[in-house]
Design a protein around this ligand. Structure first.
Ligand code: S3P
Ligand code: PEP
Length: 422
């Protein structure tokens, strides 16, 4: 549990590496025909879970002095996936491991066993794989076969990313999106990372009569990379953009890629539309000026931004809207309900209408205790809320932050904040 004092923060902070990019680079490197070195300045529980799982699938991986050495080797007779609570690790590695191993033991922790897998398991069953039961822990048997995969687009884009990463080991395969693919940029990130490691994916856009498809040719394989750089994480940089927009104090985040394909790069436009100023100097982004205009955010392509944006909405006078949030109910918590509860518990005004959330900001909150329901992004939201609160914010379950940003409270204090364990 942490307490965060209502004290403004400001200054310069380095970006942390993008976990979405790190998962993909590690997997591509582990599947490659030659060794790789990946540059990663910090890790997190989720990235560690992918490294541990890839070791259990046969790769030799070491992480020292901010460099990951990946030595691919042949898959063991019985492999393992140890995702802990990382949905990305589990959903990417299910098809990947079935493309190289005959048998895989799969475990999961926290809410992860109850997060959706059915559409992926269904398609894997139609392509040669059996499961001892339909939710982890389970044993998966049989090699995944090449072919045509059909996948619903509105449950998790991670199903697509997993099948794409598995395809080079299987042979020519096509993945078809049934309905619009939500969180599409996460699939783009998979495709660009695969390309970085030598595998081309051909995308055929949807027409009036056909769905979008992704095709991987026969006889294509991943090739290792030297000194492959993981880019800065826009989902976590969003914390600092929101902090600056809430207080008007300027914050510089160093090491960001302006042209990133990460879904949450959209935070730049959101904060700018709300009235803050963004200035680039090379890869360093400075955000200054208080946001004053209410937000209108469609969550379909950037689900992970809602928690931090809910704090921003409380700091802006007027009603902000967050629409199309159905998939937020399928994350580490029911994030729609958890965000609504957090805002209410801190004295804010929130209304839920189906899968849409409306927050009427007054510019300040009362503060008090909130339950972060074991969700790292709720911890970020609660800390940000302290910036506009009359009283300290006490964060129950703040340890959840280690899922994506273990040094978060240290960085908060480096920027002049006051957060400590109680
Ligand atoms: O592929 C990824 O790295 C992710 C995809 C998104 O999930 P969904 O596609 O399930 O919405 C996102 O919310 C998650 O944090 C990370
Ligand atoms: C939902 C998240 O991650 P995952 O799906 O990998 O558990 C997240 O980081 O917010």
């Amino acid at each position: 549990m942490h307490t965060v004092t209502p004290k403004h923060i400001g200054g310069t902070i380095p970006a942390i590496p993008a976990k979405a990019h790190a998962h993909r680079a590690l997997i591509a490197a582990a599947l490659a025909t030659t060794p790789s070195t990946i540059l990663l300045s910090r890790t997190s529980k989720d990235i560690d879970a992918t490294m541990a799982s890839l070791r259990a699938l046969g790769s030799a991986i070491t992480y020292t002095d901010n460099i990951i050495h990946v030595h691919p080797s042949s898959a063991p007779s019985v492999g393992g996936i140890l995702p802990h609570e990382s949905g990305t690790t589990l959903r990417l590695l299910l098809p990947v491991s079935a493309s190289i191993c005959n048998r895989v033991e799969v475990d999961a922790k926290g809410r992860l066993p109850d997060r959706p897998l059915e559409p992926l398991l269904g398609e894997m069953k139609s392509h040669g794989v059996t499961f001892s039961q339909d939710k982890p822990p389970f044993t998966m048997s049989g090699k995944l076969q090449a072919g045509h995969y059909k996948m619903v687009g509105n449950v998790s884009s991670q199903f697509f990313s997993g099948l794409l990463l598995a395809a080079p080991q299987m042979g020519e395969s096509t993945i078809e999106s049934v309905g619009t693919l939500q969180s599409r940029d996460y699939v783009t990130l998979t495709i660009t990372t695969m390309q970085d490691f030598g595998v081309k994916v051909t995308t055929t856009p949807a027409t009036d009569t056909t769905n979008e498809t992704f095709t991987i040719a026969n006889d294509t394989h991943f090739t290792g990379r030297d000194n492959y750089q993981i880019e800065g994480d826009w989902s976590n940089a969003a914390i600092w953009l929101v902090a600056a927009a809430l207080t008007g104090n300027s914050i510089t985040i160093t090491g960001m890629n302006k042209d990133s394909v990460q879904a949450d790069r959209r935070i730049m436009q959101i904060v700018e539309d709300a009235g803050s100023t963004l200035t680039w100097n090379g890869m360093d982004l400075t955000v200054s000026g208080k946001a004053t205009k209410p937000l209108n955010v469609d969550l379909e392509q950037m689900p992970d931004l809602l928690p931090v944006l809910s704090a921003l909405a409380c700091g802006i006078v007027g009603e902000s809207s967050f629409t199309k949030g159905a998939r937020l109910r399928l994350k580490e918590s029911d994030r729609l309900a958890a965000v609504a509860q957090l805002v209410t518990d801190l004295g804010g005004s929130v209304r839920m209408d189906g899968d849409d959330l409306y927050i009427t900001g007054t510019g300040s909150l009362k503060g008090g205790q909130v339950d972060c329901v074991n969700d790292h992004r709720l911890v970020m939201a609660g800390a940000l809320a302290a910036l506009i609160s009359e009283n300290p914010v006490i964060l129950k379950d703040s340890e959840a932050i280690t899922k994506s940003y273990p040094d978060f409270f240290d960085d908060w204090n480096l920027l002049g904040g006051e957060a400590h364990v109680i």
